[in-house]
Write a protein of this length. Structure first.
Length: 255
């Protein structure tokens, strides 16, 4: 696949992500869950959150979000609090792969069955004290965003791969195909060519083009490129107009 073909495909992937989101938000939709996989810092969470917040403000749904580390009991409580049909729970890079019980909870809510019962049998009094039953029917919707390459993980021959595959078969799965430096830079170039995303940081179109050109020149050596990188570089460009490139080499390239 040529670079231009990859650029077209990546843009299609993002469009598919937003199309799937619209289907999920729609009332009485057959889609009650979606999984989005792609490297961090490429805009997947931002775009989804913007649309969900708008839907929430328009009373289309009741939107809640969780990110980062979470315990099995924490996930169970979050699911209970988003169990109604108008609820949408966004799990943003939550580490559900830490143990099998947490994965099983996610399997239960991502299922396409008409009735999705979720249970967590524990001797702890935390649930009882919080008024949460150990089993309930989940009628809400879930969006799981992860920085992990789930398509690759599902094909690995290890103890985790069957669980990952089970998640993918239960939900709409959008693989953004953004993991390598080349893929991420193609995406960044797509966006920066269309509009000056650095304008609010005091960078004109010429400056934006120069920063993009520098990133493309050093594409293979960039240290974890993302949409945050040109923003950070803009500060160096503004502060050191004559030698910003040299300073960026020391800060943004692998040694």
């Amino acid at each position: 696949m040529t670079r231009q073909e990859k650029a077209i495909q990546i843009e299609k992937n993002f469009n598919s992500m937003m199309d799937a989101l619209e289907c999920l938000i729609a009332p009485n939709s057959a889609i009650n869950s979606m999984i989005v996989s792609g490297k961090g810092g490429v805009g997947k969470t931002y775009n989804i959150e913007q649309r969900l917040q708008k839907a929430n403000d328009n009373l289309e749904c009741n939107y809640k979000s969780i990110s980062g580390k979470i315990t099995t009991m924490g996930l169970f409580k979050a699911l209970y609090e988003s169990r109604h049909s108008t609820d949408i729970l966004l799990l943003d890079d939550v580490d559900v792969f830490a143990n099998e019980t947490t994965i099983d909870l996610l399997k239960a809510v991502l299922d396409t069955s008409a009735i999705r019962n979720v249970s967590y049998i524990t001797s702890s009094k935390v649930l009882a004290d919080s008024g949460i039953p150990q089993e309930f029917e989940f009628r809400g919707k879930v969006i799981f965003i992860t920085n992990k390459n789930l398509a690759r993980m599902a094909k690995m021959e290890n103890a985790l791969s069957p669980h990952v595959d089970a998640l993918l078969t239960r939900s709409i799965f959008v693989d953004l195909q953004l993991f390598t430096n080349e893929e991420v830079m193609i995406h960044i170039e797509n966006l920066m060519r269309k509009h000056n995303m650095l304008a609010k940081h005091g960078i004109n179109k010429q400056g934006s083009d120069m920063i993009l050109a520098w990133m493309l020149k050093h594409e293979s050596k960039l240290r974890s490129p993302s949409l945050r990188m040109p923003v950070l570089m803009s500060a160096m460009y503004n502060k050191f107009p004559f030698d910003w490139e040299e300073k960026c080499e020391n800060m943004f390239l692998e040694k």
